[in-house]
Design a protein around this ligand. Structure first.
Ligand SMILES: [Zn+2]
Length: 286
């Protein structure tokens, strides 16, 4: 096994574990934000007996498995959704790591200035995915959207575009920011327009919910300098499923579908680049 393979496996494993740990934190975010509580302070406790949970009770996935899905103190069953959210976040991070192994190879080259930029971008995109998972579950639970997640995604995209402009031959970061902003608003605008045509309501909740996904598509379009693929992907994986679920009984699942769609679009972009042998010519896969 050569050193690149070892590094790649290491990064994929570490990223996945990071995803599971972040997923565990997201459980707190998803529960507390709609209640207007702080996410930084306070103990985690059992929902049944109120016992404060110790470190051993809070190991993501493993605690739940080893305790048989029950509270250690009162033996009340612990909902499986915690482990589902942890595994889902782990899976999202795993797929991102697998489709971005060339980021990791960059880190090995000590004379390569972009390696730091690539690594920071890699982490920021993972955080953007984490924000999506939280907003998706809050929408599932309460059918509410918090613009804080949207502002977070938008800020990340701005930082990413500026960072990338240092290493890519962009004519201008500001130009790409303007185009990306317009593209993300167009994606949401088209969705809202189609909703209107289909006589379905498009509310401000929908707007705040959908915008982070649109930002993702637009940002990756900018990065790839391939808006055509980004827009097609947004239509297939975001607009059509949203339109289909809008106004139906299944609407609460629509953010979950949008997140899965985004992950699929990323994997599809990677496979297309691989098949067309484009992986290293383009800056990265979608
Ligand atoms: Zn308990």
């Amino acid at each position: 096994m050569d050193i690149f393979t070892v590094i790649t496996i290491f990064f994929v494993v570490v990223t996945t574990m990071f995803g599971v740990v972040i997923g565990s934190f997201l459980n707190v975010v998803i529960y507390r934000i709609p209640e207007g509580r702080t996410i930084v302070k306070g103990h985690s406790m059992c929902m049944s007996c109120g016992h404060n949970l110790g470190a051993l009770d809070l190991v993501p996935i493993f605690s739940w498995l080893f305790l048989g899905g029950k509270c250690r103190y009162c033996k009340a069953p612990v909902a499986s959704r915690y482990i589902k959210i942890e595994s889902f976040t782990g899976l999202v991070f795993l797929l991102y790591a697998l489709t971005h192994t060339h980021y990791q190879i960059n880190i090995l080259d000590p004379y390569n200035f972009p390696r730091l930029v690539f690594f920071i971008s890699y982490c920021i995109v993972l955080l953007m995915y984490a924000a999506l998972v939280s907003s998706m579950m809050i929408y599932y639970d309460k059918q509410k959207a918090y613009y804080g997640f949207t502002v977070f995604s938008a800020s990340c995209a701005v930082v990413l575009t500026i960072l990338t402009s240092f290493v890519a031959d962009y004519p201008s970061a500001i130009l790409y920011l303007l185009v990306s902003c317009s593209v993300s608003l167009i994606i949401v605008g088209v969705l809202a327009l189609f909703c209107k045509i289909c006589r379905k309501k498009y509310t401000s909740t929908d707007f705040w919910l959908d915008l982070p996904y649109a930002i993702f598509y637009a940002y990756f379009g900018a990065l790839l300098i391939q808006y055509d693929y980004a827009v097609i992907a947004a239509v297939v994986f975001l607009i059509i499923p949203r339109l289909f679920l809008k106004g139906t009984k299944l609407e609460k699942y629509s953010a979950i579908v949008s997140t899965c769609g985004l992950v699929l679009a990323n994997v599809a972009g990677f496979v297309i680049n691989l098949l067309t042998d484009n992986l290293f010519c383009n800056i990265l896969s979608f």
